[in-house]
Design a protein around this ligand. Structure first.
Ligand code: GLY
Length: 388
C-alpha cells in the first residue's frame, strides 16, 4: 500500500505533525536526512516566551505565538503520557533585565509596547528582581517579569516525540535523504530517495533551514528560507544549589537553567549560511553578557558549545499550509520560534489534512503571502515609473 503522507524533516515540527496524524490513524512516514531531532530542535533553548520576546514590528505574528504558548502545557502533558517520559516543562517564568540606565530605557520602551498589546508582564525594580533571583548582579536596575513565558527541555521533547510517533504507528526513516520531490501537472506524486521512490498523496515540507534546498521544487513553491546561525554554550551549575530558576534575558545573552544543573547561554544571530564554526568573538560576547547578569557563573565549568541553524523566512514568520501544488504542504520558516510554535503548527497542518482547511489563525502564514507582496511591489514600481 502506498504511504499516504510523507513528512520531509524529522525536527520538532515534522515530528509533532507526524504524531498528531499518526494518532488519528493516518499512515505517515517521516524522512530525516540525519538523526531525528538533532538539528535546530537539538540546538534550541526551549524558551516558550512570546510575551518577553515581543517587539514592535511583530504584531502580526503575536497571536500565533500566544496561541501556541497557550497550547504548550497540554501538549507537554499529552506527549509525556504518550511517550512515557518527561519533557521538563517548567513554569517559573521569564525575566528580562536591564544593567544600566540606557538598558532600562530600552526595557521601558519594550514594556510600554507590551502593555499596549495587553501582554501579561510586570515591571520590577532591581531589588524586586533579586528577590526572585538572588544571584542576579547588583548592577541589575530593573526587569520585566513575564510569568506566563515558560520553558521546556527541547532535547527531551524530541526524544519523546520520536517515541510517541512510533507508538502511534508512524514510520521514522532516519539517515534517509530526499533527492527530489516529484510533481506532475501541479500535483505531488511522492518523493525520490537515494534508493527508490516513495509514493504519497500528501508531502509536508518541514525541513527547517534546509527547506529551500530540496530538489524538485518549482521556483513558485520554493520557500524563501535561509539558515540563521546561532552559537550557544552550556555551563554546569551545582544541581543542588542552582544559580537560577527563571529564564533570564539580558542585552547580549539569555540564560536558561535546566533541572540537571546545566545553564544554557545563548545565542548569536548570524547571517553566515551553513558555517558551523564556533568563534572566539561569538562565545566571548555570550559569556560576557551572561557574566554581567549572573557573576556566579565565573566558577562554573563549560560543559558544551554548539551551533544551530534557525530557519529564517523573509519576514521572520513561519510558512504554513497549502501551496499552488496540490498535495504539497509547507511547515517551515519558524526562525526563532520553532519550539514555541510546534503545537500550533501540528494542529494547523493536522486540520488542513484532515478537514481540508487551515484554522483561521494560521491563514496569514501561507506561502502565497510572498507572491502577494511581489505583485504589490511590482504594481507600485509600475505606478512609480508611470508618474510624469
Ligand atoms: N529562540 C531563541 C533563539 O533563537 O536564539
Amino acid at each position: 500500500m502506498p504511504e499516504e503522507i510523507v513528512i520531509v524533516g524529522g525536527g520538532i515540527c515534522g515530528l509533532s505533525i507526524g504524531w498528531f496524524l499518526a494518532r488519528s490513524g493516518y499512515p505517515v512516514t517521516i524522512l530525516e536526512r540525519g538523526g531525528a531531532g538533532l538539528a535546530a530542535t537539538w540546538a534550541a533553548a526551549g524558551m516558550l516566551a512570546p510575551h518577553a520576546e515581543a517587539e514592535p514590528g511583530e504584531e502580526g505574528l503575536l497571536p500565533l505565538l500566544r496561541a501556541s504558548r497557550g497550547m504548550w502545557a497540554d501538549f507537554a502533558g499529552e506527549l509525556e503520557a504518550a511517550a512515557g517520559m518527561s519533557v521538563d516543562y517548567r513554569e517559573e517564568g521569564t525575566l528580562v533585565v536591564a544593567l544600566d540606565r540606557d538598558d532600562a530605557a530600552r526595557l521601558r520602551f519594550l514594556y510600554d509596547f507590551q502593555k499596549r498589546q495587553n501582554l501579561p508582564t510586570e515591571w520590577l525594580s532591581g531589588e524586586e528582581a533579586r528577590r526572585l533571583e538572588p544571584h542576579l548582579s547588583r548592577r541589575v536596575v530593573a526587569a520585566i517579569y513575564s510569568p506566563l513565558d515558560h520553558q521546556v527541555d527541547n532535547r527531551k521533547v524530541a526524544r519523546a516525540l520520536i517515541e510517541a510517533f512510533r507508538r502511534a504507528g508512524g514510520r521514522l526513516r532516519e539517515h534517509t535523504e530526499v533527492t527530489g520531490i516529484v510533481i506532475e501537472a501541479d500535483r505531488v506524486l511522492g518523493v525520490r530517495l537515494q534508493r527508490g521512490f516513495l509514493e504519497a498523496r500528501v508531502v509536508v515540507l518541514a525541513a527547517g533551514a534546509w527547506s529551500a534546498q530540496i530538489p524538485g521544487l518549482p521556483e513558485t513553491v520554493r520557500p524563501p528560507v535561509r539558515p540563521v546561525k546561532g552559537q550557544m554554550l552550556a555551563v554546569q551549575m551545582p544541581p543542588e544549589a542552582p544559580l537560577l530558576r527563571h529564564v533570564v534575558w539580558g542585552r547580549e545573552a539569555y540564560l536558561v537553567p535546566r533541572r540537571d544543573g546545566r545553564l544554557l547561554i545563548g545565542a548569536t544571530v548570524e547571517e553566515k549560511g551553513f558555517d558551523a564554526s564556533l568563534t572566539a568573538g561569538g562565545i566571548f560576547r555570550l559569556l560576557r553578557g551572561a557574566w554581567e547578569i549572573l557573576p556566579g557563573i565565573d566558577e562554573c565549568p563549560i560543559v558544551e558549545m554548539w551551533v544551530g541553524f534557525r530557519p529564517g523566512s523573509r519576514d521572520d514568520a513561519p510558512i504554513l499550509g497549502p501551496t499552488a501544488v496540490e498535495g504539497l504542504i509547507m511547515a517551515t520558516g519558524h526562525y526563532r520560534n520553532g519550539i514555541l510554535l510546534a503545537p500550533i503548527t501540528a494542529y494547523a497542518i493536522h486540520q488542513l489534512i484532515v478537514h481540508g482547511a487551515l484554522p483561521e489563525i494560521a491563514r496569514p502564514f501561507t506561502l502565497d503571502r510572498f507572491q502577494r507582496t511581489r505583485v504589490v511591489q511590482a504594481m507600485s514600481a509600475e505606478n512609480e515609473s508611470a508618474r510624469p
